[in-house]
Design a protein around this ligand. Structure first.
Ligand SMILES: C[S@@+](CC[C@H](N)C(=O)[O-])C[C@H]1O[C@@H](n2cnc3c(N)ncnc32)[C@H](O)[C@@H]1O
Length: 387
């Protein structure tokens, strides 16, 4: 979805990797994909990559960073895939072919994992190979009717030993107080404010605008008795929300997650006109449902793959897989408009001249970064491993 976001800006995607065959299938069906390498990033080396990369980006697994996960942090098996990615960035830099920009994306738990120690370790790795780093918070709800707060790390290569202007201390929407606290706690890191404009106000699009019009006899609607059972089991605030929808509030629709509470499955509705954060449907509880009261009675069905695509801003993405696989692909991905906005303002070619070198960072408060690049970065052999 990063590719979906930035190709309209004029970027050309020359390489992609994922370990999941179902992700590969969706990618290839959309983009072709002679450059897609299916396999474990631990087996990937610089020799697998084409030369002359401007931007390398990782939207890496959140399982060990999210509240719902095990909080193993970047020592975890899943979220720890950031390390082989950073090994590759380091190797590119050590070979004097540094990508001018690096973009990382994950849940906001990336900021707080191990009290900020995990993010600081990532920043140290980037700083050691001469990147300045902006830690940013972007929410999909500014662009699409989905609540999806995410942490981005946007790093720019600088002249070796070149100056940098430390980040401002004032909180803002993209750099809220928690980000400012992280910056203040790590004064030796080259943390900067890239010259981004204020983000757009929250979108006025609402959930109802992304819904497909499924016929009443579509098999994806739950049977009436199943709906009645779930509504009867709801906690009072959620039953009350169903009543409000029946009265026509919030366009008569809301999204719902099912949760296990005291051994029972209960439905929890959002109280606003947005979808909740889409997730990968690995278990029944992570599928997001639609509660639709527009016909005068509550009806329930899972959100469709097309609705997931629209909520991620990929409205016209051709979906040639079933709903389940589409939910897997889009639930795990990034919001197209959020990434487009960020890459355009942080890295886009129009801004490149302003961003490269010291010009973007006022000399008066210039600071030299105290860490030296590693002398023994992990550098993989040059033979392509996937061919
Ligand atoms: C948060 S998802 C991002 C997906 C994708 N970048 C997108 O925007 O649609 C994380 C991805 O990491 C992949 N992944 C997990 N472990 C991996 C590994 N060891 N090597 C390569 N990819 C891996 C998962 O299959 C998953 O698709």
């Amino acid at each position: 979805m990063v590719r979906e976001a930035i190709e309209p800006l004029g970027w050309k995607c020359v390489f992609a990797n994922d370990i999941a065959p179902r992700k590969e299938e969706m990618y290839r069906r959309r983009f072709g994909g002679d450059h897609f390498l299916l396999g474990d990033i631990h087996d990937l080396g610089v020799g697998d990559l084409p030369p002359g990369l401007d931007l390398v980006t990782a939207s890496f697994p959140c399982i060990d960073l999210s509240l719902a996960g095990n909080r193993a942090g970047l020592a975890g098996r899943h979220s720890g895939t950031i390390w082989p990615f950073l090994d590759i960035v380091t190797a590119l830099c050590m070979q004097r072919i540094p990508p001018s920009a690096v973009l990382l994306e994950n849940v906001t738990g990336f900021l707080t994992s191990r009290g900020g120690a995990d993010l600081a370790k990532v920043c140290r790795r980037l700083a050691a190979v001469d990147y300045v780093i902006d830690v940013l918070f972007v929410d999909a709800r500014w662009f699409r009717p989905q609540s999806r707060p995410r942490l981005f790390v946007a790093a720019k290569q600088r002249e070796r030993g070149g100056p940098w202007q430390p980040a401002d201390s004032r909180p803002s929407r993209v750099r809220p107080a928690a980000v400012r606290r992280f910056e203040a706690a790590h004064p030796k890191l080259p943390l900067v404010d890239l010259p981004l404009p204020a983000p757009p106000a929250e979108t006025t699009d609402t959930l109802v605008s992304v819904l497909e019009n499924l016929p009443p006899d579509d098999s994806r609607w739950w049977p009436e008795d199943r709906v009645a059972d779930l509504v009867a089991e709801m906690a009072p605030p959620n039953r009350c929300r169903v009543k409000e929808l029946l009265a026509g509030e919030r366009d008569g629709v809301a999204t719902m997650y099912r949760r296990r509470r005291h051994g029972r499955t209960v439905g929890e509705l959002r109280p606003d006109r947005l979808a909740g954060c889409l997730r990968t449907p690995q278990g029944g509880s992570s599928v997001q449902f639609l509660v639709d009261c527009r016909s005068g009675a509550p009806r329930i069905r899972p959100l469709t793959g097309r609705e997931y695509a629209r909520l991620q801003g990929a409205d016209s993405f051709p979906i040639k897989v079933n709903d389940r696989q589409a939910r897997l692909g889009f639930g795990d991905a990034v919001c197209v408009q959020a990434v487009r906005w960020l890459v355009h303002h942080a890295f886009d070619s129009d801004n490149r001249a302003a961003l490269s070198g010291a010009g973007a960072f006022r000399e008066t408060a210039a600071v030299q970064y105290p860490y030296a690049p590693p002398t023994s970065g992990r550098d993989k052999p040059q033979r392509p491993l996937f061919k």
